[in-house]
Design a protein around this ligand. Sequence first.
Ligand SMILES: C[S@@+](CC[C@H](N)C(=O)[O-])C[C@H]1O[C@@H](n2cnc3c(N)ncnc32)[C@H](O)[C@@H]1O
Length: 118
Amino acid sequence: MELGAGWGHLIPTLREKYPDKKIEVWERSPIPAIYTQFVYGIEVKRKDFFEADFSNAKLIVCYLFPDAMKRIETEIMPELPKGCWVVTHTFSLSGSKPVQVIKARDLYKTPVYLYQVH
Ligand SMILES: C[S@@+](CC[C@H](N)C(=O)[O-])C[C@H]1O[C@@H](n2cnc3c(N)ncnc32)[C@H](O)[C@@H]1O
């Protein structure tokens, strides 16, 4: 599940890495959502991802902002099945200990955090 997919730039990578998995894309901003839907030929849920059903989630990826991360921590993390992976870009989950932190190979060496639900 990608939460807040923007213009969908991550979708080709997710498809390449997980060719046999369903990718559930959430983006509430209409223009990026419609663009993503047409350009990548994928259904985009044009709604608030806090309304999503996370019961079958295996991997969550997101690049959001600090207030959204706080809500993910309190509202989404408790909903995730055991073993589910969570990858966050730039912003961490302050109440969870990452399994790994990777520095992206970009100008800012942006941190990418990997968590697993216990
Ligand atoms: C920082 S942008 C990142 C976009 C894209 N993932 C990327 O890496 O370029 C965050 C995106 O999340 C979307 N977003 C934020 N909160 C959301 C919510 N509660 N439900 C759905 N989309 C949301 C915003 O509209 C925005 O497009």
